[in-house]
Ligand binder design. Sequence first.
Ligand code: AMP
Length: 169
Amino acid sequence: MIQNYIRDIPDFPKKGIMFKDITPLLQSPEGLQAAIHGLASALDPTSFDVVVGIESRGFIFGTAVAHHLKKGFVPIRKPGKLPWKTASEAYELEYGTDKIEIHLDAVKPGQGVLLIDDLLATGGTMQAALNLVRRIGGRPVGCGFVIELSFLEGRKRLGEVPVHSLMKI
Ligand code: AMP
């Protein structure tokens, strides 16, 4: 069902990458509802307090899941975007490194956290996000993705944290 709404764009943003375009999914009332309900039902909602979403497509799904489950939402952002005190974590890209940041007071010590992004590829982004959540005192209880590129084995980098994906490639 979800897979019917994912559009493959070859060589975007650069040659050799098969970009998974989620905009047809967002455009479809049935598709969007299936994605949000799927992510929201992946975990027992009493097991976590906060939903963390990773910029920028993780914001779309993460906020909707948080609202659906009556939880708060916390953004993890690209460097220099968050206005208050932050923790930041660097991670490897195919070429070079990137960085993501979270506000130091975004999660209360010991709170359970569900982390959401649109797609799991190598797992580097989510691994850095898990480090950030732990560094500010949060307790990751699960990661949710719409799409998992399972041939890249990204979930191996996420350790013990349970991974839920709505569609595997
Ligand atoms: P990674 O850190 O390798 O797991 O990459 C995950 C991040 O990069 C997510 O935020 C995705 O949105 C984005 N991403 C990586 N590969 C793709 C792809 N083939 N299509 C769309 N987005 C991708």
